[in-house]
Design a protein. Sequence first.
Length: 368
Amino acid sequence: MLMEPEPGNPMEAEGVTNPAAARGPDGHLYLFPRLVAAGNFSRIGIARVIFDDRGEPLGVERLGIALEPTADYERRGDGGGCEDARVTFVEPLGHYVMCYTALSQLGPRIALAMSDDLLHWVRIGLATFEQYQGIDFARVDNKDASIFPVAIPNHCGKMQLGLLHRPLFPGTRPEEIALQPEPRLIDRDRESIWISYCPMPAANLEPHRGGLFNSHRRLASPVSDWETLKIGAGTPPVMTRHGWLILYHGVSKVAAANARGTDACVLEYSAGVMVLSQEQPRKILYRSAHPVLTPDLPAERAGSVSHVVFPTGIDRRADLGLNDRFDVYYGMADRRIGVARLHVPEQLPTGATADPPRDECKKPVHES
C-alpha cells in the first residue's frame, strides 16, 4: 500500500482513501486523499508522491489540507464533508478543476474548485444542472464526478466542457438494491453513469465562475455480473491511442462467512475499464466484461468498508517515456490507498464487452 492513516493524527482517525492525482507545474505528482476523522468528518488533503530509484511510487509526503468543510453546502450539523476528489487540468481554462463530493444536510452533491498550482484552491460552488425529462439533478444525490481535460463535442457537435457523474436516485444505492428479490430489471434511467455538458466560458469571463450543465445523456448502466448493483465513474478521462480511457467501479453481492460461520451478504467493489470515442465521447468503444482490479489483498478485504477497491486517480507515466503505462491510485477498503499499474494494449479486444487481457491492471509486487 502507498498511504495509510498516520498514527496519532485525529484528521485520519478513520482512514485515508480515494485520492485524486495530478501532475503539478513543477512536474511532481500530487495526491488529494480523503482524510476521515472521527464521525466520518472528511477533509481533502494534499500529499506529494515519493518515487524510488526506478521511478515506482514508494510513499507520500503530507503537505496539508486542500479543502475542509466550511461552506454551507459542505456542512451537516456538527459534521459534513469534502470527499472523494477527482482533479483534471482543463486546458481551455488553464486551471486545475477539482470535482468533489460535498456532504450537507441535503445529502451528497457535486462541488467544484479550481487551482493554478494544486496547492491553493478556490471554491466555485455546487455544480448546477438544467432539468432533463422531469429530472431535477439539483434535488438528487450525486457523486463520482470528473471533468474532461479538453472541450469535447456535445450531441449537437458544439465543443463544450464534459462532466461525468453518477446520480443516486432513491432506491439505487447498492445497499438498497441488494435487499430486492432476484431477479430484477435494471432501470437504465436511474442506475447509470451520465455525461453532461457546459458551454465554455467567454474569453473575458473569470474562469472561477461556474456554468450550467445540460445536454444530459445516460452513458453506461450495469451489464455484467460484477457490477449488477451499481456502477460509478472512477478516474478522470485520459486520452489514449484508442480514445478516452476511464476506470470505473462496479458493485456486486457476494457471499462470505460471518462470525457465526454462516454465509452473509457482502457488497464487493471492483473496477473495470471503459473506452469512449474521441469524436463522440457519448459512444462506448470498449467495456471490460470482467473487472481488471478486484479486492484480493488483505488491506482491500478488511477496513472501514470491506471488500473495496475504488479507483479515483490516474497518472500517465510520460516521465518514464511510457505513454501507454498509467499508475492508478485507489482506495483500499475505505481505509488506505494503493496503486496499480495499467498498460494499454496496442489493440482493443474485439467487442464492446470482450474480456480484457488478464494482466491489464497489476498491483505492484511490493504491495502487501
